[in-house]
Design a protein around this ligand. Structure first.
Ligand code: BDP
Length: 707
């Protein structure tokens, strides 16, 4: 948008401000701006961060032929505005050192050269060049060499075959199984293109709570159709499998991984898959977790189970991602169980197995310490799993930019090999020559026109891809790129939006679960607060009281040496640091300690006061986001502006709800007043305790919060 139109818009906004309150402000602005010829086309968000208008005249040369190269060529021909480009698929010292996904870009006064030893590398280089152009970088003298940090950069879809999406908040599953394989929606290609543009090179199509049916020949034909679309965008297809498939689908009497017939069944099934999809990626497995079947049902180990599948996949180059999200109700602290379960098998897994570990030891909470399984194993590849979909961060209603959360994990020092042994280094550096390096994010994508529900949730899809490629990027750098690509704003407005994004995750932590509190969510759907939740007969480790342990003495889970001793799973100096209430970082205090209400915090306040301040801070932050967003009104198209504005209202409502619910509930134990300088509660505890949200799987809660 040029400067004149910005000035015009500002003038018009003022003019609109004088018109009667009954006039719908944004709509009118839109109308006036259109009359004025300014650029305010409504945007439904479907183009996400690839919003370049075709210029269609670039000169692009490429002497080799492949479907992927022809995509690269078309993208550049249509959208590149600069000097002629040559795409060079070649193997020399430089390109070989960058690998087949890596690339080099050089430009001078004659033109641009993108070279790689793989077609995927050329495609990624193409999107890099276009990204530079669209973010306003001078492309006249480039000398870039890029290589991804992780070999496998994967989205995990938790999509069911009936097109519901577990923990999905953006409509239904993209995969229209009824129409496939005959009909391939154009959205499959658009989705693949968005993924490729940020370097994502694999997708697990179905829910980890997998239906055996996904492996039926009928479904394999449908999956083949998807794989055929994704392939030219450099995307491999993977499947989540149900461990009891041999019995449930194959009709065998057992699914015991040491049974010969079972092993044969998997081998045959894998062969069949590769007949349909020659570049199939492999399996993701959730086993012996939350009621799902697994090798332990037959007295076998996780290694037995994973290795059986690995042996079947190995001849074809496929891999197994075996999830470490395993815990059982019992006396042991849930946060310790994944480590206990997997450490004894370090070195027992085949080389084509990687253990997929959630960022925290419990479950995708707004803040957790990093899982101690990172930097623990020495002979087994381990990969991080992040949750892009906002199961625990306000669904698609709350603005929460998650690069900050993921960076906190990736940058955390495990101290495995001394200082600097960050999670990023421990997982991106192969432990042995053939070791797999991989990273996964649970997708937030569905049939909504803008893919992700909240317009800002797209930033999380984008950021996941960018971090998987280069975990050294900062959250701020990624946010800046995304804003530039997604909106057309003057710098000042970009800065405001960036501030909102960078503060947003901490705001959510503050109004939901500050100081290391976790899992205070409402039963089942996990939207909204329910610290009081007590369901008769339910698993105790699914109840908030298991985690907050509030009583008249204090609050928090004692995981110190004298408590559950979870601190022991961390290398020194972390173990000692976390073990003491005095040295434990305050943002994790109640994760590791049961702390007296009167405990003095570093601010000089008591724990109770600090808790009140934190909750209040969270609410104030979101109110500030609302103000900041309203200020950028002249620079955002009406459709997306209003959408975000509407969701911010919900977020403010929810933040107050969280604050009131948690403070009024915990106050019963603390028996202390909420500091008088803070805003008073707006709800009654009894009303909130009576209130039950009725949420179907993929719908967002209704706007009105009342009984
Ligand atoms: C939990 C989700 C559940 C998933 C599970 C998992 O509530 O829906 O199936 O994680 O990761 O957070 O397997």
């Amino acid at each position: 948008m040029n400067q004149t139109s910005v000035v015009n818009i500002k003038f018009l906004c003022k003019a609109v401000g004088c018109i009667g309150a009954s006039v719908k402000r944004v709509g009118l602005i839109c109308f006036l701006l259109l009359c004025n010829g300014a650029y305010v086309c409504a945007e439904d968000g479907s183009r996400a961060w690839l919003r370049i208008d075709s210029v269609g005249k670039a000169e692009v040369t490429c002497h080799r032929k492949s479907a992927t190269l022809s995509i690269a060529r078309t993208e550049l021909t249509k959208f590149w505005k600069g000097k002629p480009v040559v795409l060079q698929l070649l193997s020399n010292k430089v390109t070989r050192s960058l690998g087949s996904d890596g690339y080099a870009i050089f430009s001078d006064e004659k033109g641009v050269k993108i070279s790689s030893c793989g077609v995927r590398g050329i495609l990624y280089g193409t999107y890099h060049l276009l990204r530079l152009q669209e973010t306003g970088i001078d492309c006249s003298a480039l000398s870039i060499k890029e290589k991804p940090a992780y070999q496998y950069r994967l989205l995990n879809h938790w999509d069911n075959l009936d097109r519901t999406v577990e923990r999905g908040y953006a409509g239904r599953s993209l995969w229209n199984w009824d129409e496939l394989p005959e009909v391939c929606s154009p959205r499959y290609q658009a989705y693949a293109r968005l993924n490729a543009s940020v370097g994502i090179n694999g997708v697990v199509l179905n829910n980890v709570n997998a239906s055996p049916q996904i492996l039926s020949s009928e479904y394999l034909a449908k999956i083949k159709a998807l794989a055929d679309v994704f392939r030219s965008y450099g995307i491999q297809v993977f499947l989540s499998v149900n461990f009891s498939s041999p019995a449930a689908l194959g009709g065998l009497s057992t699914s015991d991984p040491l049974d010969e017939e079972v092993r044969r069944w998997w081998k045959d099934k894998v062969q069949e898959i590769y007949r349909f999809i020659p570049d199939f990626g492999g399996f993701l497995v959730k086993a012996n977790s939350e009621g799902l079947p697994g090798p332990q049902d037959f007295g076998r180990t996780h290694a037995d189970g994973a290795n059986m599948l690995a042996d079947a996949l190995e001849p074809f180059g496929g891999i197994v991602m075996w999830r470490a999200f395993v815990y059982n109700p019992g006396d042991e602290d849930r946060a310790k169980q994944a480590y206990q379960e997997f450490m004894p098998f370090d070195g027992a897994f085949r080389k084509n197995v990687v253990i997929q570990v959630k960022n925290g030891p419990v479950d995708f909470q707004p803040r957790e310490p990093f899982s101690p399984l990172f930097g623990a194993m020495r002979q087994t590849a381990v990969m991080p799993e992040f949750q892009i979909t906002q199961e625990y961060l306000g669904f698609s209603n709350h603005l929460a930019y998650l690069a900050s959360l993921w960076k906190e994990c990736l940058d955390a020092d495990t101290y495995r090999d001394g200082k600097g042994s960050t999670v990023m280094r421990m997982t991106a550096t192969p432990l042995f020559p053939e070791a797999i390096t991989a990273i996964a994010g649970v997708a937030n994508i569905g049939t909504d026109a803008n893919w992700c529900g909240h317009p800002f949730a797209q930033a999380n899809w984008y950021a996941f891809g960018r971090l998987a490629w280069n975990p050294h990027l900062t959250s701020g750098e990624i946010a800046e790129e995304w804003i530039r690509l997604t909106f057309d704003m003057p710098q000042e407005a970009e800065q405001s939006v960036k501030e909102i994004m960078l503060e947003s995750r901490e705001a959510v932590v503050s109004y939901m679960m500050p100081l290391g509190l976790h899992h205070l969510f409402a039963w089942g759907h996990h939207y909204g607060p329910e610290p009081w939740c007590a369901i008769l007969g339910a698993r105790p480790d699914w109840m908030p009281s298991y985690y907050h342990k509030a009583d008249t003495f204090g609050i928090g889970f004692d995981r110190s040496r004298t408590g559950s001793n979870a601190v022991m799973q961390y290398h020194e100096p972390l173990c000692t640091l976390y073990n003491s209430m005095d040295s434990c970082p305050e943002e994790l205090l109640l994760w590791f300690h049961h702390v007296p209400w009167q405990h003095k915090m570093r601010s000089g306040r008591t724990l109770w006061e600090e808790l009140c301040y934190k909750y209040d801070e969270g609410v104030q932050h979101v109110k500030a986001f609302q103000r900041k967003w309203d200020e950028v009104l002249p620079h955002v198209d009406a459709e997306r502006f209003r959408d975000v504005q509407k969701r911010l209202k919900i977020q403010v409502r929810d933040a107050v709800w969280w604050k009131d619910a948690c403070l009024l509930y915990f106050q019963q134990y603390a028996r202390l007043p909420i500091p008088y300088e803070l805003e008073r509660p707006q709800h009654n505890l009894e009303d909130m305790m009576d209130f039950k949200l009725n949420i179907t799987n993929f719908e967002c809660p209704p706007y009105g919060f009342s009984r």
